[in-house]
Design a binder for this molecule. Structure first.
Ligand code: FMN
Length: 307
């Protein structure tokens, strides 16, 4: 069976994955944390924690709250910063078979361009995922992803600063997901990832205070799957680029739904927090489904529910 997918068909080098199962940024660390738990080299790609120019401590605690079938987080992009990532993580990734994609976030368009420039040509890095969708930081992040013009400006700046394939990750916190996807595609994105978390709040009724230290958080997990699936379906219908589906994917059948809706690849996020082996379980389940259904090429399933 052939599970390979090309995530950057318009890019001169391309970004070929041996299978469509990726990890979602922020839920799989730098990959190294999980490498002793299962053979992470079997995955299609690993997307690392959102990375900024300077290291960040993130938001005040508490930063996690469980909800019905979901999770609210307000991590606030806690990360080691680009310098340490290049010095300490990239050399490890360079020895891996699985491609690693670095998720980047900034407060200004120039931050994004600088980050992309610093990653260009670094061994061990196969692509960049531009996070214009983080709901948990005061400046930048989701602000850029909320309207087509700023989303396009960030995309163009990153493309100009790097020769790596560029994935742009969209926020669901908008009324115009199709318009934003079209703008990002027009600005040169190689692929579009969606969705990031949905903005939410939980209240601690005994303290009569918001539960999260930073009041608002981002909702993820099975609770958001139908929303994510709808947005993937919508975006795959308006852009001529690979779409990467993310949001509540916990099982292989979830993943196959996204692929049939038009996703070329999928990301497993919150599911890894309760079952670290979830990405591999999803991959094995996709293989079993293909075998059972007599499907030889994964690409035959992409968009199958659209015809
Ligand atoms: C704890 C946590 C941290 C996250 N950190 C990031 C991040 O740094 N960058 C990013 O683009 N998305 C981040 N996300 C969003 C996920 O990558 C994903 O888009 C979202 O959680 C929806 O997928 P899921 O329901 O499978 O988790 C984070 C999500 C969680 C739960």
């Amino acid at each position: 069976m052939n599970l390979s997918v090309q995530l950057a068909p318009k890019h001169h080098r391309g970004l070929l994955l041996t299978n469509p199962v990726m990890t979602a940024s922020g839920t799989f660390g730098y990959g190294t944390e999980y490498s002793h738990m299962f053979d992470i080299q079997k995955l299609g790609a690993i997307v690392c924690k959102g990375t900024t120019l300077e290291p960040r401590d993130g938001n005040p605690q508490p930063r996690l709250a469980e909800t019905a079938c979901g999770l609210l987080n307000s991590i606030g992009l806690q990360n080691i910063g680009i310098k340490a990532l290049i010095k300490e993580k990239a050399p490890v990734w360079a020895s891996w078979k699985v491609p690693v994609i670095v998720n980047i976030a900034g407060e200004t368009i120039d931050d994004y361009a600088q980050l992309a420039g610093k990653l260009d040509g670094v061994a061990g890095i196969s692509g960049i995922e531009v996070n214009i969708s983080c709901p948990n930081i005061k400046a930048g992040g989701a602000e850029f992803g909320a309207n087509p013009e700023s989303a396009a400006r960030v995309t163009a700046a990153v493309k100009a600063a790097t020769s790596l394939p560029v994935l742009v990750k969209l926020t669901p916190n908008t009324s115009d997901i199709a318009g934003i996807a079209i703008a990002v595609a027009g600005a040169g994105a190689d692929a579009i990832s969606l969705i990031n978390t949905l903005k939410g709040i939980a209240i601690d009724i005994t303290r009569r205070r918001p539960l999260l230290g930073s009041i608002t958080g981002g909702l993820s997990g099975p609770a958001i799957k139908p929303v994510a699936l709808y947005m993937v379906y919508e975006v795959a219908g308006v852009v001529d680029l690979p779409v990467i589906g993310c949001g509540g994917i916990t099982t292989a059948s979830d993943a196959i739904e996204f692929i049939m809706a038009g996703a070329s690849a999928i990301q497993v996020g919150t599911a890894s927090l309760t079952n670290p082996g979830a990405p591999l379980d999803v991959l094995e389940g996709i293989e079993q489904f293909m075998k059972k259904e007599g499907v030889n090429k994964l690409t035959d399933l992409i968009g199958a529910a659209r015809h």
